[in-house]
Design a protein around this ligand. Structure first.
Ligand code: GLN
Length: 466
């Protein structure tokens, strides 16, 4: 059931929050084999549900999301609860504060039932790089659910919760949404405060919702959005809330189709084109556009995100943060802690990031990547003077089998080839379930003008009908 329906029933007193929460917890246990959750919180959730029910009973406002069970990615802080970012290095770590985005959801009556599995520190595209074992795709448990917000996508797709929070640095909300057949939104950079989100690459990280319906994504983002004094990059501008109750007509809506993204050799081409032609028959105009800069996205992203990660993850040393491996000297203690604490993918990124920033090389690598990023931003901004929305596949393929890409990082990285451009440029982007390929869901990515989440949510609403 969608969040807006649950909240409506709880607010009216037609359904008790405790019953909703118990049902979600039962479902989470029933699909335990998916590995979607790292930590379930039955006591916390039941306690919160009883508080909501007593607000309703005493005629006080329980909030727009009253009684809605939610799941949060294990890199989002929740005071007094574990915060491990999918890493054994943070085993036993407890959050000392609550992320602003989560606080805003809780203030509206949402109830956290558990923390979801993820690729360690958000680095991965399949959910297989978690210290707690892989997550499986509810549609086909032999396949990956995508990553890095693997557990959040699986929890929503398996019907445990209607809303789960993920974080998206280069596609980690949208790509698993595509693989699991749910909606995933990465808002404009800065729309949602990053305070309380474990940093991977701060200039790219954004919290975003995974949901079954566009309406739920719209409600979740509008509750979380807004300036936060604790995050200096949070946007001042107010978010325009889309009118998802009555989606607009498509008449003459210009959908930009980058030639570089729509090659008929990619597996998802045909089913996604079918969806786009349907939009065309309902009045939209498909406009071919040229975005040659897209080819620079993947290399620029891996240089920039790894460089920022190398700096952000320096704080995990076994002394200030992280499980300590005590050795005879301070240096050996730090080296042993980091070597044993970080998994192989994180170590790969830290090496790449440190290399990219090293003296003599940073001009070639880091500066060129920054220039590519600026060009990406300018090219996309310019494109929006001739089109209203840009459409690309969310990923070039559907969910792949567990174990098939883990040994080949370069192959794994290609899963994000289309989600990375709007991450680099900061534009909002949405993955909408738009078809099936060999029995697995695939998503269409809609990119909107900066700060215009409404444009993509409205079109998403036309596609999903909910
Ligand atoms: N899959 C990409 C990476 O591994 C994106 C991750 C993310 O968005 N957190 O870096």
């Amino acid at each position: 059931m969608d969040a807006v329906v649950i909240a409506g029933a709880v607010r009216m007193g037609n359904r008790r929050a405790i019953d909703v929460v118990n049902a979600a917890l039962r479902r989470a246990t029933a699909v335990d084999h998916l590995g979607a959750f790292i930590h379930l919180m039955p006591e916390h959730a039941r306690q919160r549900a009883m508080e909501i029910d007593s607000l309703v009973a005493s005629n006080r406002d329980p909030g727009r999301l009253a009684g809605v069970p939610i799941a949060i990615k294990d890199n989002i802080a929740h005071e007094g609860h574990p915060l491990m970012a999918g890493s054994r290095f943070l085993d036993g770590n407890t959050a000392t504060h609550t992320a602003t985005a989560l606080q805003r959801l809780e203030d509206q009556g949402a109830i956290v039932i558990g923390r979801t599995n993820m690729d360690e520190f958000g680095m991965g595209s399949s959910g297989e790089h978690s210290s707690w074992g892989p997550t499986r795709n509810p549609v086909d448990p032999a396949c990956v659910p995508g990553g890095s917000s693997s557990g959040s996508a699986a929890a929503v797709a398996a019907g445990v919760v209607p809303i789960a929070l993920g974080s998206d640095t280069g596609g980690s909300v949208r790509q698993p949404a595509s693989f699991c057949g749910v909606v995933g939104l990465k808002p404009t950079y800065g729309r949602i405060s990053r305070h309380g989100l474990v940093a991977f690459a701060s200039s790219l990280d954004q919290i975003g919702p995974l949901t079954r319906s566009i309406r739920d994504a719209a409600v979740a983002v509008s509750v979380m959005a807004g300036v936060d004094p604790l995050d200096s990059t949070s946007l001042q501008a107010r978010m325009v809330v889309p009118d998802v109750a009555s989606p607009p007509s498509l008449k003459r809506l210009r959908i930009g189709m980058p030639r570089q993204a729509w090659s008929d050799s990619i597996p998802v081409y045909e089913p996604l084109m079918k969806c786009l032609h349907e939009l065309k028959s309902r009045g939209a105009v498909l406009v071919p556009i040229d975005l040659p800069i897209l080819s620079a996205a993947l290399p620029a992203y891996y240089v920039l995100s790894s460089a920022e990660a190398a700096s952000n993850l320096a704080r995990y040393d076994g002394i200030r943060l992280g499980v300590r491996q005590t050795r005879a000297t301070l240096e050996d203690t730090i080296t042993a802690s980091r070597t044993q604490g970080f998994g192989p993918e994180v170590q790969r990124r830290l090496l790449l990031g440190t290399y990219a920033l090293s003296e003599g090389l940073s001009a070639q690598l880091y500066s060129r990547a920054t220039a590519a990023r600026t060009a990406m931003r300018e090219t996309l901004d310019r494109a929006f003077s001739t089109v209203d929305v840009i459409a690309t596949p969310t990923a070039p393929c559907g969910a792949f089998h567990l174990g098939t890409r883990i040994e080949d990082p370069a192959e794994m990285y290609t899963a994000d080839i289309f989600t990375i451009p709007p991450s680099l440029s900061g534009h909002p982007a949405l993955s909408v379930p738009a078809g099936m390929l060999h029995g697995k869901p695939i998503g269409l990515q809609l990119i909107g003008p900066r700060e215009d989440e409404a444009a993509i949510l409205n079109l998403g609403m036309v596609i999903t009908g909910r």
